[in-house]
Design a protein. Structure first.
Length: 408
C-alpha cells in the first residue's frame, strides 16, 4: 500500500514497499510529485490518485526508477538522452555540441543526486568554468586560456534545459538552475570588410585559382553561409539566367563526418541571382573542372556534381576552408576576418547603398526581418545618418540656394 506524505504546497512524497532485498531488508521506493491546483478540489485529488496508481504499477512491474536517488549522470544517460536527444532526432551538430558541454557538466556534477543539486552547486560549477586550464585543446598556446563567457552561457543553458526536463518528468520539484543568474555576455559583432578593403580583396583574388575567385565572389554577392555555398551542385546553378537554388548545406561534425542537411531554417531555402561577372567565373570554373575530370578519368572522386571541389574531385570541407580563409586574407594585407565575415560584408554594403531590411533579409535567408534588423542595427543606423545628410544637402543646401537666388 502506498503512503502519501505532503511536502509543501501541492507537493507529495509517495512511498511504496517493494519487497525485500537479499539481506531481508525492506526495499522502499519513493517519488516526489507536484500537482497544480487547489488541493481540496476533486480534480486535484483524482490526479493525485492517478499518480499513485501509476507509481504503484511501476513498482509491481519492476520498471520503477528510483527518482529520489538518481544521479545526474544516470538521469542524463538513461533518461534524458533516450527520451529527448534520440527521440527528437536532434541535428548532428547539436548532438556533438551537447557532448562537448556534457563532458564538463558530468565531470563536475555527474555524481550528485538530482535532489542534492542546489543553486550553490551550479554557481560553484560556473565559477570553475571561468578558471584557466578548464579548456581542452590540442594546442599548448591555448591550454591555459579560460572559456569564453559565451561558452559558459552554453553550459548554463544546457544544464537548465536538462533539469527543466527532470522537473517536467517529476524527478525533482524545483529546477535549481532557475535560481542562478545567467552569465552575462557582451554582444559581439562579426567583423566584415569595409568597402575599401573589399576592393583590395577583389583585386588580390585575381592572384588566386579560379575556384577560389568564384567561391569568394559568389559568397560576397549572395551573402550565403559557408555550408550553403559548399552545398551547391551544378544542377542547382543556372549559368544562363544566373539563378542559384540554395537548398542544402554541406557540414562537418566530428563523429558524424561530412554530410548534407537542410539549411538553417525554412526561409534559408531560397533562390538568388548572381551578378554577370560572378557567372563568368563560374563558367571558367566549370570548364576547368570538366577538363580535370576528363584528365583523371575513373580517379575523379566527386559523385555529387558539386560546384566547389578539390583537384581530385572531393568536395571542399567547411572546416578546412574556415581555417584557410583568414590566412589568405592575412597574406593580402587585410585585417583578420572569418569566412562568415563575407556574409556580413555583403549585408553591410547592401544596406549602405540603400537596400531595405526586407531585401537584405530575403537574400540572406533570415527567418524574420527582425533578425536582420537586430544583427545589422549598426549598419542601418549608419545608413539612416547618411540619408539624413543627403536630406540635409537637398533641403538646406541646394533648395536654400535656389530660394536665395529667387529672393534676389
Amino acid at each position: 500500500m502506498a503512503n502519501i506524505t505532503p511536502r509543501g504546497k501541492n507537493s507529495y512524497r509517495i512511498t511504496i514497499s517493494g519487497g525485500t532485498d537479499l539481506s531481508g531488508k525492506r526495499i522502499m521506493y519513493r517519488r516526489t510529485i507536484k500537482i497544480p491546483g487547489d488541493p481540496e478540489s476533486e480534480k486535484h485529488k483524482r490526479e493525485l490518485e492517478k499518480q499513485v496508481a501509476l507509481f504503484t504499477a511501476e513498482v509491481e512491474k519492476g520498471t520503477v526508477t528510483d527518482t529520489e536517488n538518481i544521479k545526474l549522470k544516470d538521469f542524463i544517460n538513461n533518461v534524458w538522452k533516450p527520451l529527448h536527444v534520440e527521440r527528437k532526432k536532434l541535428a548532428p551538430k547539436t548532438v556533438w555540441r551537447y557532448d562537448q558541454l556534457l563532458e564538463r557538466i558530468l565531470f563536475s556534477l555527474g555524481n550528485l543526486r538530482l535532489k542534492n543539486i542546489k543553486p550553490k552547486s551550479i554557481m560553484e560549477f560556473l565559477k570553475n568554468l571561468e578558471e584557466p586550464g578548464i579548456r581542452k585543446t590540442k594546442t599548448e598556446s591555448k591550454k591555459d586560456k579560460p572559456l569564453s563567457q559565451q561558452t559558459i552561457l552554453h553550459h548554463y543553458r544546457l544544464l537548465h534545459s536538462i533539469l527543466e526536463k527532470a522537473k517536467d518528468w517529476q524527478y525533482i520539484v524545483v529546477n535549481p538552475v532557475s535560481s542562478v543568474e545567467s552569465p552575462k555576455i557582451k554582444k559581439s559583432i562579426t567583423k566584415g570588410f569595409s568597402e575599401a578593403e573589399t576592393t583590395i580583396l577583389h583585386r588580390e583574388l585575381l592572384k588566386r585559382p579560379v575556384r577560389d575567385q568564384a567561391l569568394i565572389l559568389l559568397t560576397l554577392s549572395t551573402g550565403s553561409r559557408l555550408g550553403e555555398v559548399l552545398g551547391l551542385t551544378w544542377p542547382r546553378v543556372d549559368l544562363k539566367t544566373g539563378e542559384v537554388n540554395i537548398e542544402k548545406s554541406y557540414q562537418y561534425v566530428p563523429k558524424f563526418d561530412h554530410f548534407e542537411k537542410l539549411p538553417k531554417n525554412e526561409s534559408s531555402i531560397r533562390k538568388v541571382t548572381l551578378p554577370k561577372p560572378v557567372i563568368k567565373f563560374l563558367e571558367k570554373l566549370k570548364a576547368e573542372q570538366s577538363a580535370q575530370r576528363l584528365f583523371l578519368g575513373p580517379k575523379w572522386i566527386d559523385k555529387d556534381d558539386a560546384v566547389f571541389t578539390t583537384y581530385l574531385g572531393t568536395r571542399l570541407k567547411p572546416n578546412t576552408l574556415s581555417t584557410a580563409f583568414p590566412k589568405w586574407v592575412e597574406k593580402m594585407g587585410l585585417p583578420h576576418v572569418t569566412f562568415h565575415g563575407l556574409r556580413h560584408t555583403a549585408a553591410s554594403l547592401l544596406i549602405k547603398y540603400g537596400a531595405s531590411a526586407a531585401e537584405v533579409s530575403k537574400l540572406l535567408g533570415h527567418s524574420t526581418i527582425g533578425t536582420t534588423m537586430n544583427i545589422y542595427v549598426h549598419s542601418f543606423d549608419e545608413a539612416s545618418k547618411n540619408m539624413a545628410n543627403k536630406m540635409n544637402s537637398i533641403l538646406f543646401n541646394k533648395l536654400s540656394k535656389k530660394t536665395q537666388k529667387k529672393q534676389k
